[in-house]
Design a protein around this ligand. Sequence first.
Ligand code: P6P
Length: 335
Amino acid sequence: MRRVTLTQFLIEQQRAGRTTPELRLLIEVVARAVKAISVNVSKGALAGVLGEAGTDNVQGEAQKKLDVIANEILLQANEWGGHLAAMASEEVEEVHQIPFDYPKGGYLLLFDPLDGSSNIDVNISVGTIFSVLRNPARKDGGDPTEQDFLQPGRDQVAAGYALYGPSTLLILTVGNGVHGFTLDREMGSFVYTHPFMTVPPETQEFAINASNARFWEPPVQRYVTELQAGKTGPRGKDFNMRWVASMVADVHRILTRGGIFMYPLDEKCRDKGGKLRLMYEANPMAMIVEQAGGAATTGRERIMDVQPSKLHQRVPVVLGSAAEVERVTKYHLEG
Ligand code: P6P
């Protein structure tokens, strides 16, 4: 079978009018950065990249060395490309402006450079999540501000993630379905291996951190208790549970064989608005899951309709097989 690379795929999308040349080149730069992150992640202890960096990120969380490395790789790779007006990263408080001596473009790039990094030191899959927005045409032509990033997820022009697992995958949507690419380390290029990924509407698998059960709201308690009751309960079938604690790994499993992923509002994270970040975790994953025929809500509203108020704001997340997400959302709306 003819091997199609990411470059060829993107050129074909451009010829079909689904991406602009600038967006195509932006995605190519992100893919190159992801390859460099993959090299660092796979070296592990051999490169002295495990363990804590000794610094905290904007969320007040201790950074792993690889968090910092991945963030630097993405910032440096994308600064000079000429496709971006600015960037935002989970690891950086402020909007990252493009250095004055580099050309600017019409897009905003947001990313979580290394999601699930607490798994790095135990050699469990981690990932990179990214989202692309258009830069609002500013009358004063000035540098983009935080306000320019605060667009609802439905305005994303592209979203994707890299999964650093047994193989390194790049999963991407530009609004025409979800497509997966596997890194061929010998060629150094991403090969098109997963065309039009879709989330099965039904499932037997759910993903939630069950240690938080006593903090959940009643609708989540009701939903999970019904799943745990299996054949003997109202669902009439048994369910399985998985929790990798790497959103990218859990979402990829759901894209591959169905399931529902929940990080709902609970008493522990209520005052922060949730655990996961809207702009560079929930929104890109919501675009991917919806493009694959699934659904993504906060439990009460579609994630991609949430009007952001802060760059690093958090939201509750319920996403995956449409029938299950609709059930959980219905339970929330029933109160
Ligand atoms: P917990 C990783 O830190 C992350 O942001 C997601 O990737 C993951 O789904 C979640 O947090 C894990 O949270 O509370 O189970 O450690």
